[in-house]
Design a protein around this ligand. Structure first.
Ligand SMILES: Cc1cc2nc3c(=O)[nH]c(=O)nc-3n(C[C@H](O)[C@H](O)[C@H](O)COP(=O)(O)OP(=O)(O)OC[C@H]3O[C@@H](n4cnc5c(N)ncnc54)[C@H](O)[C@@H]3O)c2cc1C
Length: 401
């Protein structure tokens, strides 16, 4: 809750992504003079990129299940999501003139299915609140007395600073993780790709024939977890929604064991005995591909995957193989292609107001913190909720001085 304050303070927000813009909105609404410093020529570039996929803002599932998506970070995210739950996010979005809808998967999107109208309305609101936005301002360091340094040699000494510098994926959009060296004494968990694809050593014929082809209506199994959905075969491996959903355990298994094996169910709607019954039909002079196509109704890319396994000497019965064709993943794709970043400022570095305990007056929010979540709106929701928490934290801290 915002504490009362007697005089307005100067609040610097560094980073003009969703977390920073939300922190700025809260501090300005409480009456403080807020300046956003953004290194790029314009703010919200990753938000705009997220809008290209429809802008999945949040999810409509019950809050308890929602919070569980953050795995080990659930205890940290729980209070900030209770203060700003998905329905509050939806109300906030609609107050900016962007009506929303719930898709068939329970995911929530703006009706516009893009981020630009939301960002435009939001920047106009911030402008009306008196928030200053300085672009091409690359923050490089903060002194113990709170003085901020920028790459062009300028300095500024606000009363409170909120960092919302993002993770390290898609660096061309502004967040490149270079801030990690600018926070001496703060424990930072190394950055790792999250919601990413994985390398697979496909054979040359498979690659030539199937790279760029989606695997639709499949189920992925990995170490006790199952995800239904789609994946995309690429030259380098596998990516897409179902793979992203398993990316944290896949990435961690590869880090631990060197490689990991994903089992792909190519016909999740059919049982193995049913497949075996269908495939028992006499093959005659038909090729294996024609037989699989005719009796298991498999597309060429799925047949290609089975042939990859058979060429590698796998002699499992065909029906069993269709239900769990093994694919060995050798490495996650590079961080700069990942949708989000795992790692960042350790959550134990904060108090309950998102203030770095070793740096009084310095707050942090968004993807730069050490949490991760699957796609489904969980990323933006936690960025906005933590930006809001950091904004309120700064307001309360200024009031207490
Ligand atoms: C392709 C793609 C699709 C996505 N789709 C979705 C989706 O549908 N739903 C969802 O929930 N999430 C989605 N995300 C993730 C989501 O966009 C991010 O999690 C979110 O933008 C992170 O917000 P943030 O404010 O923490 O960081 P960012 O949005 O990265 O903003 C950080 C800002 O800080 C600035 N900055 C960094 N360093 C400095 C510095 N030293 N000085 C000054 N400024 C600096 C950067 O330029 C940047 O503008 C997607 C991401 C990608 C890449």
């Amino acid at each position: 809750m915002t504490a009362p304050h007697s005089r307005p303070g100067e609040v610097a927000v560094i980073g003009g992504g969703p977390a920073g813009l939300m922190a700025a909105e809260i501090a300005a609404t409480a009456g403080h003079r807020v300046t956003i410093y953004e290194r790029m020529p314009s703010p919200g570039r990753k938000l705009l990129m997220a809008g290209r996929g429809g802008l999945n803002l949040t999810h409509s599932e019950p809050l308890e299940r929602f919070v569980a998506r953050y795995a080990e970070a659930a205890p940290w995210v729980n209070p900030i999501l209770e203060a700003f739950p998905p329905n509050a996010l939806i109300a906030w979005c609609e107050a900016l003139g962007q009506s929303t809808f719930i898709g068939s998967s329970g995911r929530v999107f703006p009706r516009a299915m893009k981020a630009s109208p939301l960002l435009r309305a939001w920047l106009a609101r911030l402008d009306a609140l008196g928030v200053r936005l300085i672009t091409r301002a690359h923050w490089t360091a903060r002194d113990a007395d709170g003085t901020l340094h920028f790459a062009d040699g300028t300095t500024h000494r606000p009363d409170a600073t909120i960092l919302a510098l993002g993770g390290a994926s898609w660096p061309r959009l502004g967040a490149d993780g270079s801030w990690a060296t600018a926070l001496p004494g703060v424990a930072i968990v190394p950055f790792r790709p999250a919601n990413c694809g994985f390398a697979v050593a496909w054979s040359a014929p498979f690659c030539t024939r199937h790279a760029g082809t989606p695997l639709k209506r499949i189920a992925l199994h990995h170490q006790g977890r199952t995800i239904r959905g789609e994946a995309m075969v690429t030259n380098a491996g596998l990516e897409g929604g179902a793979v992203y959903a398993l990316s944290a355990p896949l990435r961690d298994a590869i880090a631990r064991d060197g490689t990991t094996t994903l089992a792909i169910d190519l016909r999740p709607d059919l049982t193995e005995p049913e497949l075996a019954r269908r495939l028992a039909a006499p093959r005659g002079s038909a090729s294996l591909s024609s037989h699989l196509k005719r009796h298991a109704n498999l597309p060429p890319v799925a047949i290609g995957l089975l042939q990859e396994a058979l060429h590698q000497g796998n002699n499992t019965a065909l029906a069993t193989l269709i239900k769990a064709v093994p694919v060995t993943l050798t490495a996650p794709f590079a961080l700069d292609r990942a949708i989000s970043t795992a790692g960042g400022v350790k959550l134990v570095e904060f108090d309950r107001h998102q203030m770095l305990t070793r740096h009084p007056g310095l707050f942090a929010a968004g993807e730069m913190l050490d949490w991760e979540a699957p796609t489904g709106g969980y990323l933006l929701t936690a960025c906005l909720a933590s930006g809001r928490a950091a904004g309120h934290g700064a307001v309360a801290w200024l009031a207490s001085r």
